[in-house]
Ligand binder design. Structure first.
Ligand code: SF4
Length: 355
């Protein structure tokens, strides 16, 4: 770990921005290693620096899969299977600037918990990053109104992500909405996504969809189409059970099913076919991608559908998976061996079933 005294940023007046800059911030362990804030060996380096707002208490919301949730007994330094140690914000900004200048970091992604001052914190963080370095900033957050979205655009964020997480209104309510004791609402989330597109522009708004929350492949593929039709980029995650969360006993989705959804997402995103050109059986399993065999073959062969999806330069190494596998989202271009493996996985019978 480097000594921060040699890169003293006493001249950096962090408080000299509107709003309230939080004194501490969480950094994903992989990003902390890349930025020299922590030591460790990385199987793959993140090309985006992942930061997360810090507060002593947990999030005010209660999403069933999330260790940060109000009702979760999970570790407060976890999000998915990644740990997020806390550092002083000033130290993080110093190291981030060095990592950006040396091209180790190509984007900053700030994930936000839900608490009363969060948008003032986010605004200040975005302004400080923009004052001190030249790097695109993505914010993944849960705005409550249009003003929250505007405040981030005005502060200088390049992109915004507003997570849907679940693929249907019923699952959304059960997992993060009214039935989970959470503040979110499916229709409102779409309304906010539409507002975000009108403020940030087409192609600058993302959402997260978690595969394995109880939806069918058909429901997930239709949700993907709905997002793409709104010019919202859907990023796919595989459900990951975390100890202490409401869903701790649930299983991860089958890798075969995940691979199929990755391909369907890619086809929809590239506008090669729409979800209504695809075929599903009576149980909602995807049985036809709606494209020629040769086109499908090319998509599988280039491996792009199986890489991490999200903002440019986001690779989130091992966010949903152990490096030993199964690898749901590859953090870099696939090797020949990995391509053969994805091919096998696509034709494997389902070994894990959702309960
Ligand atoms: S809003 Fe985000 S941080 Fe809060 S419980 Fe939901 S997923 Fe977790």
């Amino acid at each position: 770990m480097k000594d921060d005294s040699c890169v003293s940023m006493s001249a950096m007046v962090l408080g000299d921005v509107e709003g309230r800059l939080p004194e501490q911030i969480r950094v994903s362990l992989g990003s902390a290693v890349v930025m020299g804030l922590a030591e460790g060996k990385l199987a793959a380096k993140p090309s985006t620096a992942y930061l997360m707002t810090y507060r002593e208490n947990k999030c005010a919301a209660n999403c069933g899969f999330c260790p940060q949730a109000r009702g979760s007994r999970g570790r407060a330094d976890m999000l998915s299977r990644v740990s997020w140690p806390v550092f002083p914000t000033e130290q993080v900004m110093n190291r981030l600037r060095e990592a950006v200048n040396s091209m180790l970091v190509k984007r900053v992604c700030i994930q936000a918990l839900n608490y009363p001052e969060v948008f003032s914190h986010l605004q200040s963080l975005v302004k400080v990053v923009n004052q001190k370095m030249k790097v695109p900033i993505s914010i993944s957050c849960q705005p409550l109104n249009d003003e929250n979205i505007k405040s981030l655009a005005e502060a200088g964020a390049e992109r915004i992500g507003i997570p849907l997480d679940a693929a249907t209104p019923e699952l959304f309510d059960r997992i993060k909405g009214v039935h989970a004791g959470g503040p979110y609402n499916w229709e409102k989330q779409f309304e906010l996504l539409r507002t975000a597109v009108s403020i940030f522009g087409k192609g600058k708004v993302s959402t997260h969809l978690i595969v394995g929350l109880g939806e069918t492949e058909e429901e997930m593929v239709k949700a993907i189409q709905q997002c793409v039709d709104m010019d919202v980029l859907p990023a796919l995650f595989a459900f990951t059970p975390i100890q202490g969360t409401l869903l701790e006993a649930w299983r991860q989705p089958s890798i075969q099913s995940y691979r199929q959804i990755q391909i369907a997402r890619y086809i929809i995103l590239l506008k090669i076919a729409r979800s209504d050109h695809m075929f599903f059986d009576s149980n909602g399993h995807l049985i036809e991608f709606g494209v020629e065999k040769q086109a499908l073959e090319q998509l599988i062969q280039n491996g792009l559908p199986f890489q991490t999806s999200g903002c440019p330069n986001c690779n989130r190494p091992y966010y949903n998976e152990k490096p030993s596998g199964p690898i749901y989202n590859y953090p870099k271009p696939l090797t020949g061996k990995e391509l053969s493996k994805t091919r096998e996985e696509l034709s494997l019978p389902e070994v894990w079933t959702f309960e």
